[in-house]
Design a binder for this molecule. Structure first.
Ligand code: GLC
Length: 739
């Protein structure tokens, strides 16, 4: 088993072991028990929670290892002073929070930020979030969420990086680096927690918390790599998932936790349960009662219990009864103590808690810097799906604009779910953003026209009239932030009917439509929304949502986002993802109507908008694609793919050049394409740019029939493309060993 004290000095090791030797069974169980205090931000099922006085009593008794999502510095400071100065052993508390996409300054939701295809941007926003959160006393974040999500019905796709493994890995690593910074004991470092281990996004039917029943191959090739990437980036804690995998709940899964995570991967960090996930083993039907659930979860490898209090209540008795070895208990406690030591808590327990005279308290960047980063991230997360007749960008002189729909202003939170401590409480909505950016001569008429999921009396008539009086109509449609996130799966991934009716009525005026989607998932676009001349995917963009969208609409900046999830043709075409298998009867792209092929009776199986798709304000042509070394990749060599792009427009554009590969044949079936690399390049008007990718055998490996990574010599197709269904194609040969 990995050394729980890895990286700690000899002196610290002795100090911790000295503490451990003095701890009672109850104090050991206390170090494994994490709670949300009464004043915690309400993002979980409400349950009984102690008032502050009772909580301080528990802390004084050494029965609490940390608190999460609690407000305010004073409360944290009182709790820490109680732990350090009044408990028997003075072990400091660890304060955690769900810092998912910003702390006080809210950035785009992670799925939106993944649309930037710029992991370095995600690293910067995670770093900024950590700087703000550590200045508020938090040193542990329950992020990044790294669950691959391929079913748009699932509400939590909004928290991750979409459907693709490579993109998911790159963003997982970037966010871990951002949260943790270069040194975990730095004042502004936050312990990162990739979650939810594992395969939470594979819930059947996209139904949150539902059964996951996938093959070990799919688990290892799709859902586990982003966790491995996060650990490779230095993540030192992980959160278990609520769901079972093939009959075994993740929080009590010895093969997953003790076997794969600890022994196979050598993970030496802390495993924390999700919120009452141990207690839920009774509901899963694999634990007879809370005591049994404690035993199963702890022995499987879940070190710390979140919120249920089960470890506090039952671990001492289980150890006394010989059902849990003391050595296992000590191992988990060592990992918790080591985590606190790595964060510098034993030497600086009050850092960031606003205690006068505390050395080197973290200082976040100034508000203007944070708002500028939020606006940059928002701008770069927007995806332009369509722009017929170059309707966009809009001229800023004297146009009559009608902004219509339920999301015209910041009444509906642009901050998205998991914005627990926003300052200010609302972001800048579309109307305010347009007013800020539009030219003086631009007139802007605002009409709500419809509710989010219910008509407004007279709304359609008012909207139609406003459209008739306008030159261009901006339709602000989609989901509010209560329609995505935890426990928010939807059977319907189209727009609510009331909004669709609004779009149809406004479209009937014949005025040019620009649809601005607010969404936490891929949506199935239909009718007038689908047929609008321009469509922008604006997700939940955080505090600077409105100005960022306005800057793109008026061409102050150009859209550069690319879809991290496929947009399906129809609501029923889920799960849909680009890296699907061929099947034995693939639908021939050139014969979409062919029968007896893998397609629906009522729909092609191609996406409406593919993974990786997105437009700028200038067309980019992929001119040429050449391979080095005679299109042959030697077993131990590398192959260079060189492509030339040309900006055929009059404006600068940012292009995300994507490299996909697929073997012609393999010992196991492989996806029709797999993303292997991508590069963002900027092209001025008329500019030709050369982009190179390099491939080695290691990039072409998969799990063979016995689930061992292997490369197989043979012919491969390769695409250099602007999306998962387009691009220039070529092929090359991977030569056998020795060639
Ligand atoms: C929730 C979520 C998890 C979150 C935790 C604490 O149920 O599943 O992502 O970090 O509880 O709020």
């Amino acid at each position: 088993m990995p050394d729980p004290y890895a990286g700690l000095s000899t002196a610290m090791r002795h100090r911790l072991d000295g503490l451990l030797a003095r701890m009672t069974l109850e104090e050991k169980a206390g170090q494994l028990s994490l709670f949300a205090p009464a004043d915690a931000a309400s993002v979980n099922p409400t349950g009984p929670s102690l008032g502050e006085a009772a909580q301080l009593e528990e802390i004084r008794a050494g029965r609490v290892t940390g608190l999460f999502n609690n407000h305010g510095l004073e409360g944290k400071r009182r709790a820490q002073e109680t732990a350090v100065n009044e408990s028997r052993l003075g072990i400091p508390l660890l304060f955690a929070a769900d810092v998912i996409h910003g702390f006080h300054t809210i950035f785009p939701v992670p799925l939106a930020e993944a649309a930037s295809w710029d992991p370095s941007l995600a690293e910067r926003t995670a770093r900024a979030a950590a700087q703000e959160a550590t200045a508020d006393g938090f040193r542990w974040t329950f992020a990044p969420m790294v669950d691959i999500a391929r079913d748009a019905r699932w509400g939590r796709g909004i928290e991750g990086s979409g459907e693709d493994v490579l993109l998911g890995c790159r963003f997982a690593q970037a966010r871990v680096r951002g949260f943790q910074g270069p040194r975990l004991d730095a004042p502004d470092a936050m312990l990162a927690t990739p979650k939810h281990f594992a395969a939470y996004g594979a819930a059947e039917g996209g139904l949150d918390y539902n059964t996951v029943d996938i093959s070990e191959r799919t688990l290892r090739e799709v859902y586990l790599p982003p966790f491995r990437a996060a650990f490779d980036a230095g993540a030192m804690s992980v959160m278990t998932a609520f769901n079972e995998i093939a009959g075994v709940p993740s929080n009590a899964n010895p093969a997953l936790l003790d076997g794969l995570l600890r022994r196979e991967w050598g993970f030496g960090g802390l495993v924390v349960s999700d919120y009452t996930a141990d207690e839920e083993l009774v509901a899963h039907g694999i634990a007879a009662d809370a005591r049994d659930a404690t035993r199963l979860a702890f022995l499987a490898g879940s070190d710390m219990s979140m919120q249920s209090g089960l470890y506090l209540r039952h671990l001492p008795g289980l150890v006394r009864a010989g059902e849990v070895p003391m050595a296992r208990l000590d191992e988990a406690v060592r990992r918790v103590l080591a985590t606190k030591a790595r964060l510098g808590l034993f030497d600086h327990p009050f850092r960031g808690l606003g205690r006068p005279g505390t050395a080197d308290a973290p200082r976040p960047p100034d508000a203007a810097t944070l708002r500028a980063l939020a606006r940059e991230a928002a701008r770069r997360s927007v995806v332009l799906l369509k722009n017929e007749g170059e309707l966009l960008p809009l001229a800023r002189d004297g146009r009559r604009l009608a902004l219509i729909g339920p999301f015209i202003d910041s009444e509906f939170d642009v901050l998205g779910p998991w914005s627990l401590f926003p300052r200010p409480a609302q972001g800048i909505g579309l109307a305010d953003g347009l007013r800020e950016v539009a030219g003086a001569g631009t007139s802007l008429r605002l009409v709500r026209g419809s509710g989010v999921d219910a008509p407004l009396p007279g709304g359609l008539d008012e909207a139609v009239q406003a459209a008739r009086d306008a030159d261009v109509v901006l339709l602000a449609l989609g989901e509010n932030n209560a329609m995505s996130g935890e426990a928010r799966s939807r059977t319907e991934i189209g727009l609510p009917r009331a909004q669709q009716a609004l779009a149809e009525a406004v479209a009937a005026t014949g005025k040019p439509l620009v649809v601005l989607l607010r969404n936490g998932r891929a949506l199935a676009l239909e009718g007038a929304v689908r047929d609008a001349r321009a469509i922008l995917v604006t997700w939940f963009l955080g505090h600077e949502a409105g100005p960022a969208v306005a800057e793109l609409l008026f061409g102050v900046a150009s859209p550069s986002g690319r879809l991290p999830v496929s947009f399906p043709q129809r609501p029923g075409q889920v799960p849909y993802y680009y890296a699907h298998k061929r099947t034995g009867r693939p639908q021939p792209p050139e014969q979409p109507e062919a029968f007896y092929k893998a397609r629906y009776l009522d729909s092609t199986h191609a996406p409406l908008y593919p993974f990786g798709h997105g437009l700028g304000y200038a067309p980019v042509r992929y001119v040429s694609l050449a391979l080095s070394s005679g299109a042959r990749l030697s077993w131990d060599g590398s192959l260079t793919l060189t492509t030339q792009l040309r900006n055929e427009g009059a404006r600068e554009v940012e292009e995300v050049v994507q490299l996909y590969i697929a073997p012609r044949r393999a010992s196991v079936t492989r996806p029709v394409r797999e993303l292997k690399d991508f590069q963002r390049v900027r092209l001025g008007p008329g500019q030709v740019v050369e982009v190179q990718f390099s491939l080695r055998r290691a990039d072409l490996q998969w799990l063979g029939p016995t689930l061992q990574p292997q490369a197989e010599p043979g012919r491969f197709d390769a695409w250099v493309a602007p999306s998962a269904t387009t691009g220039l194609s070529t092929s090359f040969e991977l030569l056998p060993p020795g060639h």
